[in-house]
Design a protein around this ligand. Structure first.
Ligand code: GLN
Length: 489
């Protein structure tokens, strides 16, 4: 097997046995980036020279015993909305095209402590707003399974880079589905942790009450390993929870016999592609064979989740993006004679159309005349969504749904129709609304060979349960060994 085909836990084993060195692993990845980046366009910034240097240093540190982590020397890719000291963080926006953060995000500090090697910053929809990575100011990332299709979004660069084996794993962020949906489109694993499990310090804010950072990996074990690294309380993020530190790999191999899986029927109704539905039905049969108790139920409130999400997310975005004023940092217009012009022209020239649409929508729902009708109502519905999920988790251990109603769509087919684009997240947003953990794992391919994603949702801070259920299915079906992207044009 080629080095870049291995999972991180396989790389760890080979490092431990001496079969591979850090330099060999890093070289395999930098070569792979050289080979595939032209086709896939997953990176905003590549750090291949820096990574090669870093690998040498890391080898010395490992040899001298200065660093002991079994992840030392493992490469990683980072979505370009997480601050990296000395390396630009663009959010794929003209606004931050040349922005270099003076500090590392907490998750970056954590991966650095382990001695991981950053291969570069990955492309995304501008400010994480989108579901296809077509809203990047810089480039359109392609889905390695079919280069005419989108990789999903907004963490499309992260998912495509993992699928194309240009990084062994990556960090993404998920506000309404941006880890899980691209993972589904690219046939990889994506985990959105419980709100508050992973620090958001140094993550450029989109919608602060919904945003979470999480792993995008080749398999479920790697997702658990990376979650072990990034989870934990952080004083610098007041919404981060102080809960006991866990080892998420421990629960993976537990027998799932007798676990209760709830299937909300609303997620399988109108609008779901029949082939996607068929794959999900097969997965449900697989779970039954493994001894899980599967039951259909109604999560009626889910139909309001998408509208609620777009009100809350846009409201928070309009406020969060107020800081980009052309004064403190980021893009400044050349065209001004007074202060007001600096604000207006910097924002007009620095932001792309989708970001502007959200700022306008968010400002509108927060305006005094419409606050009660939209924002306040959305907050009330949000509470109802949480309560409905609470009821469901009184009965079930995990919930099973499609990750997205369709497989990856063709580039250009939705980018001019925001409502169509918003529908790509209909299955994922309620998880963020309720602050729950959710994982997407591949469950087969459709008749055109495109991957289908299955979403497993858990109760708050019960990542172990969804990881356990995901792992059991993965072991049974072995998607990764059966299917690989072919880079079809
Ligand atoms: N696609 C959704 C949106 O456009 C979700 C984005 C995200 O999770 N960052 O808002």
């Amino acid at each position: 097997m080629k080095i870049t085909e291995l999972t991180v836990h396989e790389l760890q084993d080979k490092l431990a046995s001496g079969e591979l060195t850090v330099t060999q692993i890093t070289k395999a990845y930098t070569d792979r980036i050289q080979e595939k980046e032209g086709q896939v366009e997953a990176f905003v910034t590549t750090l291949t020279d820096e990574a090669t240097e870093e690998a040498k240093k890391m080898e010395e540190k490992i040899a001298s015993g200065e660093i002991k982590s079994s992840l030392a020397g493992i490469p990683i890719g980072i979505k370009d909305n997480m601050c990296t000291k000395g390396v630009r963080t663009t959010c794929s926006s003209r606004m931050l095209e040349n922005f270099v953060a003076p500090y590392d995000a907490t998750v970056i500090e954590k991966i650095n402590e382990q001695g991981m090697i950053n291969l570069g910053k990955l492309n995304m929809d501008e400010f994480a707003m989108g579901a296809s990575t077509e809203y990047s100011y810089f480039k359109k990332t392609k889905n390695p399974w079919n280069l005419n299709t989108v990789p999903g979004g907004s963490s499309g660069g992260s998912a495509a880079a993992v699928a194309a084996q240009m990084v062994p794993w990556a960090l993404g962020s998920d506000t309404g589905g941006s880890i899980r949906q691209p993972a589904a489109f690219c046939g990889v694993v994506g985990l959105k942790p419980t709100y508050g499990l992973v620090s958001r310090y140094g993550l450029v804010a989109f919608a602060s009450s919904l945003d979470q950072i999480g792993p995008i990996t080749k398999d479920v074990r790697d997702a658990a390993i990376l979650l072990n690294v990034i989870a934990g309380h952080d004083e610098k993020d007041s919404t981060s929870q102080n809960i006991e530190k866990k080892d998420y790999t421990k629960a993976l191999e537990k027998d799932i016999k007798g676990i209760k899986i709830g299937v909300p029927k609303e997620y399988f109704g109108e609008g779901i592609n029949p082939e996607v539905k068929e794959k999900l039905m097969q997965a449900i049969e697989e779970y039954k064979k493994m001894g899980a108790e599967v039951e259909e139920f109604s999560l009626d409130i889910a139909k309001y989740a998408l509208a609620t999400y777009y009100i809350v997310a846009c409201a928070e975005a309009s406020s969060n993006l107020g800081r980009f004023d052309g004064i403190r940092y980021g893009y400044r217009t050349k065209n001004f004679t007074n202060l007001k012009d600096i604000y207006k022209n910097s924002r007009s020239e620095g932001f792309g159309p989708e970001v502007k649409r959200r700022i306008i929508l968010g400002t509108y729902v927060l305006s005094s005349g419409y606050y009660d009708a939209y924002y306040k109502k959305a907050q009330l519905v949000r509470t109802l969504v949480m309560k409905e999920f609470e009821k469901a988790f009184a009965k079930y251990d995990v919930l099973l749904t499609p990750t997205s109603p369709t497989v990856a769509f063709e580039i250009g087919t939705r980018s001019n129709n925001p409502l169509e684009m918003y529908l790509a997240d209909i299955c994922t947003v309620s998880v963020n609304i309720a602050g729950l953990p959710g994982i997407s794992i591949p469950c087969g391919v459709d008749s055109k060979g495109m991957p289908v994603g299955m979403q497993l949702i858990g109760n708050r801070f019960q990542e172990e349960k969804i990881l356990n259920a995901a792992y059991a299915y993965e072991q049974k079906t072995n998607f990764r060994k059966t299917y690989q992207p072919e880079f079809k044009k």
